[in-house]
Design a protein around this ligand. Structure first.
Ligand SMILES: Cc1cc2nc3c(=O)[nH]c(=O)nc-3n(C[C@H](O)[C@H](O)[C@H](O)COP(=O)(O)O)c2cc1C
Length: 223
């Protein structure tokens, strides 16, 4: 597979088949992603990989926390800025509208939206659920490094015929993730990552999100 094929075929998938992923394949993806560039070669990423009963226990613990209104202190970082410029607000609303239209969840259907939100914590039924963390004292540079590492995991998954969904939703219930996976206090939960065989035939997985033209964000200098 060419790099561009991996990039162009990567999409956030939200329905997975139960087919297991061999541990050797997961190891290969992590081992290869570990070649990611990082500022000063710090390699600041910390990864927690759950499968089988451990993945089920993590999912069950978070869903139980939601059901008992144990929302804890919430995420330890702002997934979005407090205020958006209109262009970003429009993009976020558009993708939300496109996804919920495919899911057949009409605007204002709070129960339907909550049902979809909960699916995050089952890793959308993917057999592999990962949690990406970084040490608390690390700066923006190391968060960039973790983002690069996350992307490499997603692209390498494509080479193995697998799909992914990155999931910041897990940062909201980091108190439960931390307890279940015994994550040290000096690490921040960045996000989850569902990994597995996506179901190609279901409507939610047909979403191909839009991108702005490159001239919207690229400035050229040549003379
Ligand atoms: C760091 C990060 C966190 C995300 N968190 C979630 C999430 O919690 N739940 C979800 O359904 N999608 C999540 N997404 C997926 C985005 O919605 C998706 O990447 C975006 O709409 C672009 O679509 P694409 O990934 O299919 O290209 C996340 C993406 C990133 C990069």
């Amino acid at each position: 597979m060419r790099v561009s094929d991996a990039v162009n075929s990567r999409r956030s998938m939200r329905v997975f088949k139960p087919d297991p992923v061999p541990k050797t394949v997961i190891e290969w993806i992590i081992e290869t992603a570990n070649r990611s560039a990082s500022n000063g070669n710090l390699q600041p990423w910390k990864l927690y990989v759950t499968t089988g009963k451990a993945r089920e226990r993590l999912s069950a613990a978070i869903l139980a926390a939601i059901d008992t209104a144990d929302h804890g202190p919430g995420g330890e970082y702002d997934v979005y800025p407090k205020e958006f410029a209109p262009v970003y607000d429009q993009r976020r609303k558009l993708v939300g509208k496109q996804l919920y239209t495919l899911l057949n969840v009409p605007r204002g259907d709070t129960a339907g939206m909550q049902k979809q939100f909960r699916k995050n914590f089952d890793f959308f039924d993917a057999p592999v659920g990962m949690i990406l963390c970084v040490e608390r004292g690390m700066g923006n540079g190391q968060w960039i490094d973790c983002g690069i590492f996350l992307d490499q995991l997603m692209l390498l998954a494509r080479e193995q015929g697998l799909h992914t969904c990155p999931q910041a939703a897990f940062s909201r219930y980091q108190h439960v993730v931390r307890r279940e996976l015994k994550i040290p206090d000096n690490q921040i939960v960045i996000c989850g990552l569902a990994l597995g065989h996506a179901d190609p035939d279901v409507i939610p997985n047909s979403l191909v999100t839009e991108r702005a033209p490159i001239d919207d964000f690229t400035t050229w200098y040549s003379a």
